[in-house]
Design a protein around this ligand. Structure first.
Ligand code: AHR
Length: 506
């Protein structure tokens, strides 16, 4: 048994939580769209071909914003191909994923799906094969109320009212050699500046995010962000971050250190963005959009990324997640929460089948992967403001980080309903953790709202079509409450949520 302590105080607030931190991502890749969210003829499909079982699971997952249509797909996409009568839409080669794109699903279907699952659409413009002209036209099509050829075309295609999409990505991973029409930081920074400028002329109410590095191991990491922001600092609001966690040493403890690496990554990009602000003598602060993150390492071979013969919706990177992946993702969400003063948007990549928390079979069932659970519980209970979680815990040394505490925690507090949510990860794989929690200034007459744990004795346990609930949340027993203090025992290798409320706040 190890002991650990977590203390928060209402005097130490990090930030209000931006609920867009709990976004996901739908790309035209593999079976994310086709036989994922869209499958006409499926027994649960609605009149537009949207799978009802996937919509129900998406509502339960609770994403607050969903990025679309890519990903790498975005850099070769013509948005015009995906609007208008379906029988007139062109079939094209998708060079990002060596697939055939039928365009039976496009912007109207995506916006319709977002409304039905209760989430906000986030769109991206093609900065690979196209640029400012396409971007301004796509935005005018989506957001202009009426009276122009493009807005009338939207209306003729069935959407009388504008889609009013607020959050727009200026391309995707433009630093990557794999990207269709990769750019140098100078080329991208300049074109991002001009694209942002003309998009704001069309609709000044939008929020714009520039591409950051594809990951923190890129050769141009940090130099890319600095060069890009030096050019488009005034025009954009966000810079993006992407990361895919790998278990390089086949060691769970090493794997868990990705949480600290992510925290460092965020702080480094904040430092770069603020150094550009300093050079410009500006008080403006660029925010971070962590618009692709997840575990992804088991299905990364060439044959996982492309199939021969230009197939439609092939099975690409259908990673099967295990318990340790869920634990890491739960911890990564806490790292996002703990950096809520600068990370305002984040998207778990992706939503269905393609490295997704939801899996489907064509014509068959849909089920929850292990990583579904910490996301759904966090998206539901992390509300209000983020309190600085100060922890004391024994720690271990990892290859990628010198001191990794066994306890990782985050705390949110919703003043509107008096509920405080404590998220706690016990990274010790063989020892239980006796955790004492102090919630200072949050009231003494506390009551338990819910306490849940995600635990399985085998960190490699998975959820499958036939056994979809092997790794699932269960009640966390024996939460002791004594005024401002809580005491609880956490199982080894477990992710935990404890929500309490107090009526008598000062
Ligand atoms: O999510 C899969 C791919 O990973 C995305 O298309 C791309 O942006 C990233 O490299």
């Amino acid at each position: 048994m190890i002991s650990a302590r977590l203390v928060v105080d209402t005097d130490f607030v990090i930030s209000e939580l931006d609920r867009r931190l709990f976004g996901t991502f739908v790309e035209h890749m593999g079976r994310c769209v086709y036989t994922g969210i869209y499958e006409p003829g499926h027994p649960t499909a609605d009149e537009n071909g949207l799978r009802g079982d996937v919509m129900a699971l998406t509502r339960e997952l609770g994403p607050t914003i969903v990025r679309y249509p890519g990903g790498n797909f975005m850099s070769g996409y013509n948005w015009e191909d995906g609007v208008g009568p379906k029988n007139q839409r062109p079939t094209r080669l998708d060079l990002a994923w060596y697939s055939t794109e039928t365009n039976q699903f496009g912007t109207h279907e995506f916006v319709d799906w977002c409304a039905k699952v209760g989430t906000e659409p986030m769109l991206g413009v093609n900065m690979g094969t196209r640029g400012p002209d396409e971007a301004r036209q796509f935005l005018e099509y989506c957001n202009h109320p009426g009276g122009t050829t493009l807005s009338k075309l939207r209306q003729a295609n069935g959407a009388e009212k504008p889609f009013d999409v607020k959050f727009w990505c200026l391309g995707n991973e433009m630093d990557g050699p794999w990207q269709i029409c990769q750019k140098t930081p100078d080329e991208y920074g300049r074109i991002a500046q001009e694209t942002a400028k003309v998009m704001r002329m069309v609709d000044p109410t939008i929020t714009l995010s520039a591409c950051g590095s594809s990951n923190h191991d890129m050769a141009t990491y940090a130099l890319w962000e600095r060069t890009v922001l030096e050019q488009c600092f005034e025009q954009v609001d966000f810079i993006s971050l992407h990361t895919y966690f790998e278990n390089k040493h086949d060691s769970t403890e090493e794997f868990f250190a990705n949480i600290e690496v992510t925290d460092t990554y965020i702080k480094e990009i904040v430092a770069v963005a603020d150094s550009v602000a300093a050079r410009k003598h500006s008080s403006k602060r660029i925010m971070l959009s962590f618009d692709e993150w997840n575990v992804w390492y088991k299905k990364r071979a060439v044959e996982d990324l492309r199939k021969p013969g230009w197939p439609v919706a092939p099975r690409l990177i259908e990673e099967v997640y295990n318990h340790e992946d869920a634990l890491l993702n739960g911890g990564a969400m806490m790292a996002l929460i703990n950096n809520a003063d600068r990370v305002k948007v984040a998207c778990l990549a992706q939503l269905v089948n393609v490295i997704g928390p939801i899996m489907t079979e064509p014509g068959g069932p849909a089920w929850r992967q292990t990583i579904f659970h910490p996301f759904a519980l966090t998206a539901k209970y992390a509300q209000g403001r983020v309190l600085r979680a100060v922890t004391e815990s024994p720690s271990y040394e990892a290859k990628t980080f010198p001191e990794v505490p066994y306890l990782y925690g985050a705390v949110t507090d919703d003043e509107s309903n008096g509920q405080t949510a404590v998220f706690a990860l016990n990274r010790h794989l063989s020892e239980e953790m006796e955790l004492s929690i102090e919630l200072r200034g949050l009231g003494t007459e506390r009551q338990l709202v819910t306490a849940q744990e995600l635990y399985h004795p085998n960190v490699k346990a998975t959820n499958t079509k036939d056994e979809p609930d092997t790794v699932s949340p269960a009640p966390l027993a024996n939460v002791q409450i004594d005024g401002e203090k809580l005491r609880v025992r956490l199982k080894p290798g477990s992710w935990n949520l404890i929500v309490t409320s107090a009526a008598n706040r000062s």
